[in-house]
Design a protein around this ligand. Sequence first.
Ligand SMILES: Nc1nc2c(c(=O)[nH]1)N[C@H]1C(S)=C(S)[C@@H](COP(=O)(O)OP(=O)(O)OC[C@H]3O[C@@H](n4cnc5c(N)ncnc54)[C@H](O)[C@@H]3O)O[C@H]1N2
Ligand code: MOO
Length: 416
Amino acid sequence: MTLVHPTQPGRLLHGSPGHDLSWPAARAAAWEAGAHLAAHLPGPETVPLPAAAGRVLAADLRARYALPHYASSAMDGWAVAGPGPWRLPPATPAGHGEPPPLAAGQAVPILTGGALPQGTTAVLRRERGTVSEDVLTVTGGSALPDGTDIRPAGTEAGEGDLLLPRGTRLVPGAVAVAAVAGADTVPVAAPVPVRLVFTGDEVVTSGIPAPGQVRDAFGPVLPACVAGLGGTVDSTARIGDSLEATLEALDGTAARRARILVTTGGTGASPADHVRPAARALGAEFLIDGIAMRPGHPALLARFPDGRLLLALPGNPLAALVAVATLLEPALRAAAGQPASSPVPCRAAGDAPPLPGRHRLVPARWIGSGADRALAPAEHVGSAMMRGLALADALLVIPPEGLREGADACWLPLPW
Ligand SMILES: Nc1nc2c(c(=O)[nH]1)N[C@H]1C(S)=C(S)[C@@H](COP(=O)(O)OP(=O)(O)OC[C@H]3O[C@@H](n4cnc5c(N)ncnc54)[C@H](O)[C@@H]3O)O[C@H]1N2
Ligand code: MOO
């Protein structure tokens, strides 16, 4: 099976392809640019826990007490002491309060999560017990080993255990563990304000596009990508293909509030493409001026004199999202105080011919299982196509020398 076609002969590339940065070097440079930005952002702030979702933790979070902090019941039923049968106190309702101690041969009703009385040796779950005249027995008479359905204190964490390292993005599970561990407020990294600028006279945002028009693939998705990587969308703009509009979009009041500007389209060298000329006119330093990768080679990373980063994504939708995974992911993660991510080793399903000097990133899906698990490139993965990416599990990274069926390869997570 052939994964991708080799370079079409005679295909023109933007700029001077010999100067495109290699894909690994581009990722490293994007990380460095983000880390440089982070060093110039305001320090961490403390926010109430309910406002912390999506933010990045600025200090290690430790358990303020053992989890659970008291021995508790894992089931609704009875706390029992010693071997049965057990005598029940008359008409004691199950509750969550501190119960009186149990002597051997006694039992008391208990609820899931309830504190166990001192002396408890096991919990008998409701459906396994029979009560007759205040005497409780195990239904069917089987034994109840000590420790059954007891959650001992500290089984999940001891007091002071590290639960979330600094740099963790506070996804719902992380917020929940912070809450159960006793956090009321958390220190989070300063927000990284991002401005999104969508270019293109031909781009329409609703309905059926006329011939020559395209439906905007980026407006509905880039905010989610930015949030998923730890950034905050501060403003958005939609502009036509003019230099004046591009200059204003990159340097107006809203643009100056942002620390990272992300543009879509207009990265080429045609008279309708204004991102590079505008960046140059504004004195930007080009950190990455094209990447030796496919798709997405015209992507650009530049720094304005005031330190703001410009990340220019190519207009072709798959190219743009591959550039998000290649550049925005490391840059924004670094700026937001998260650790670097690295490509993950895997096996590739199928062959890919060499493409000298260029990495290829292909939307791919997992096939097989166990030792046969491998990433197989999806269909519909042309640079202007979204169908393959839509159902992909990952981006398969094909090195310039290509891949043989079953060869060791690596993958990048999708940037959301
Ligand atoms: N002569 C050459 N032409 C092109 C080259 C080349 O090397 N030489 N490279 C091609 C590659 S690769 C890419 S990628 C694109 C990059 O184009 P631009 O960044 O300048 O983007 P545009 O020209 O504005 O648009 C390209 C394409 O993408 C569509 N587009 C733009 N915005 C959106 C959007 N919001 N949603 C969906 N689609 C969008 C646009 O309509 C065009 O079809 O250049 C190639 N050309
Ligand atoms: O290779 Mo372009 O960057 O078509 O997508």
